[in-house]
Design a protein around this ligand. Structure first.
Ligand code: ZN
Length: 464
C-alpha cells in the first residue's frame, strides 16, 4: 500500500480559479471549440453519501480508503478506488438557503459541521432547479412560488425524463425533481402531481399493499399515495404502464419488454432492503448481508428499466436515480446497512455506465454521481471529530457515528462524459482538504441557463 499525502490538499496549495483546470489534469479548451453539450444527462444521487460513507464501503470491499484526511496529524493512506470513483471529481457544498460552507471553519468546528444542515427537500430543490429554498419545501421558493426544474426543461425541449429511487417515489429527492409542494410530507399531493406530470418514468418503493419484508399486508397503508390514485395506476388509466413484479422490472431492464411510459413500484412499503427486519435484535450490530434480502428488484434493475424506456426518445433524456436508503441507514447509525445500500448504489452506477457504453456514448451522455448531503457524521474510532477511518489489526472497520442527522460536510461530485470539463470548471471554490468544490445550485444552472435553454423550446422548427 502506497502512503501519500492527500491529493486534494496538494491541489489546494496556491491554486487560483484559473489554474483549477490544469490542477485537475484537464486539457484547456481551445478558444474556437464549441463546448460539448450533453444530449442525455444521468444524475445519480446517493442520499446522505459523504466521502466517509464511500470510504466505509471501500474499507469493507477492499480494505483501503480513497478520501481520508487528518487535519490533526500526520499523512494518511489513500488509494485510488475503482469504478466511478476513478472518474474526475470535485466537491460540492450542500447548504439550504440558510448558511454557507466555510472550509477552514468546517474542519475545526464540530458545531459548524452539524449546525442547520440541509434536508433532502431543500437539497433536492437546489439540485433540480438551481435555486435554494427552506428545509421541507419541494420545488418552490420560501414564499411558495414554483421553481422550474430540470425534468420540466427536458420535457419542454422534447426530451424524455424520469426519476428512480430505492425509497418511495414521493419522498423528498424524487419529489423535488418533479413536484412543487410547500411541505415534503404532503405525499398524496406530491404523488398526484407526479402522476399528472409529463414524466416518462417514475419508479420507487412505497407499495401500499406490502410491508418492508415484501409480505402482503392484510390492510393497505396509503401513506405515500391516495387510494384513488393507486386505483388509477393499477387500472392503467394514468397514461403510465404500471408494474410491480420483479419479473416485469427484469424484462424491461433486459430489453425483453417495451413500454412507452412507466410507473414502477416494487412490492415493498418504504425501502427495497434497508427497512427489512433484522436477524439481530439490533440492526446496528448486524454484519453485511447477514439478514436475507427481500426478493425485489435492486437499484440496478430499476435504473436500467428507466433507461430503456427513456432511450426510446430520439431527442435524449434526463434521468435522476436516487440511492435513497443510504441516508436512512445513516440516520439509524446502521454500519452494515449503510454498506449494503452503498454497494447497491455502486452496482447501479457501474451498470448504468456499462449501459451508456453499449447503448449511447460518452460524447452524448453525461453521468454524474454525487450526494445531496452527508448523513451520520461518519468518523474514525473517536468521539473527537475529523479522525480518519481505520481498520484494526484484525481487519475490523473502526468507525464512530457522531450524529444521527445530516451534516454540512462537502460531498463528492464525480463526472464522466459529454460536457464533463465544463461541469468540473464550476468548482471555483477551494477547501483546505477537499480542494476545488462547487455549490449544489451550480450544475442545474449550467444545464438550464447554458445547455438546455428555454428558447430552444420556443424557437420555431425549421423546415427540413
Ligand atoms: Zn436524511
Amino acid at each position: 500500500m502506497r502512503i501519500r499525502t492527500n491529493f486534494s490538499r496538494r491541489l489546494a496549495v496556491g491554486v487560483t480559479a484559473g489554474l483549477t483546470a490544469v490542477a485537475l489534469g484537464l486539457p484547456a479548451l481551445p478558444a474556437h471549440a464549441a463546448p460539448a453539450v450533453a444530449e442525455n444527462i444521468i444524475v445519480m444521487i446517493g442520499d446522505g453519501m459523504g466521502y466517509n460513507t464511500l470510504d466505509l464501503t471501500n474499507l469493507h470491499l477492499r480494505g483501503t480508503t480513497g478520501y481520508q484526511v487528518n487535519p490533526n496529524g500526520s499523512a494518511v493512506k489513500n488509494e485510488k478506488q475503482p469504478g466511478f470513483q476513478s472518474y474526475s471529481y470535485v466537491g460540492m457544498s450542500t447548504y439550504a438557503i440558510v448558511g454557507a460552507y466555510n472550509g477552514p471553519i468546517a474542519w475545526t468546528s464540530t458545531a459548524a459541521a452539524t449546525g442547520i444542515p440541509t434536508d433532502s427537500a431543500a437539497a433536492g430543490t437546489a439540485m433540480a432547479s438551481g435555486h435554494k429554498t427552506f428545509h421541507g419545501i419541494i420545488g418552490m421558493t420560501p414564499s411558495g412560488k414554483p421553481l422550474p426544474n430540470i425534468t420540466e426543461r427536458a420535457k419542454a425541449l422534447g426530451k424524455a425524463a424520469g426519476v428512480v429511487s430505492s425509497v418511495p417515489y414521493s419522498h423528498a429527492t424524487p419529489a423535488a425533481y418533479v413536484a412543487h409542494e410547500i411541505s415534503r410530507n404532503n405525499y398524496h399531493n406530491i404523488t398526484n402531481q407526479m402522476i399528472n406530470s409529463k414524466m416518462d418514468v417514475v419508479i420507487g418503493a412505497g407499495h401500499p399493499f406490502y410491508d418492508d419484508n415484501n409480505k402482503r399486508l392484510a390492510e393497505p397503508d396509503f401513506k405515500y399515495i391516495s387510494a384513488a390514485d393507486w386505483n388509477r395506476l393499477e387500472k392503467n388509466t394514468t397514461g403510465y404502464s404500471f408494474i410491480e413484479k420483479t419479473a416485469d422490472f427484469k424484462a424491461i431492464a433486459e430489453g425483453k419488454k417495451k413500454v412507452k411510459r412507466l410507473w414502477g413500484v416494487p412490492q415493498v412499503a418504504s425501502t427495497l432492503q434497508q427497512e427489512r427486519s433484522s436477524v439481530r435484535a439490533d440492526a446496528q450490530q448486524e454484519k453485511v448481508g447477514e439478514t436475507p434480502f427481500n426478493k425485489v428488484p435492486n437499484l440496478t434493475d430499476l435504473s436500467l428499466s428507466a433507461l430503456n424506456v427513456l432511450n426510446q426518445n430520439p431527442r435524449g433524456y434526463f434521468l435522476m436515480v436516487e440511492g435513497g436508503a443510504i441516508d436512512w441507514a445513516g440516520h439509524a447509525n446502521q454500519t452494515a446497512r449503510s454498506i449494503e445500500e452503498t454497494m447497491d448504489f455502486m452496482d447501479a452506477v457501474e451498470a448504468v455506465s456499462k449501459w451508456v457504453e453499449k447503448n449511447s456514448s460518452w460524447d452524448k451522455t453525461l453521468l454524474i454521481i454525487t450526494a445531496d448531503h452527508e448523513t451520520g457524521f461518519i468518523n474514525g474510532p473517536s468521539e473527537r471529530a475529523m479522525v480518519p477511518l481505520a481498520q484494526d489489526a484484525h481487519g475490523n472497520i473502526q468507525i464512530q457515528w457522531l450524529s444521527d442527522q445530516h451534516t454540512n460536510q462537502l460531498v463528492p461530485f464525480f463526472v464522466k462524459g459529454a460536457g464533463a470539463q465544463q461541469v468540473l470548471r464550476l468548482a471555483t471554490s477551494q477547501d483546505p482538504y477537499r480542494g476545488a468544490y462547487m455549490d449544489n445550485i451550480d450544475f442545474p444552472q449550467l444545464v438550464m441557463h447554458k445547455w438546455w435553454i428555454q428558447s430552444q423550446a420556443a424557437a420555431p422548427k425549421k423546415a427540413a
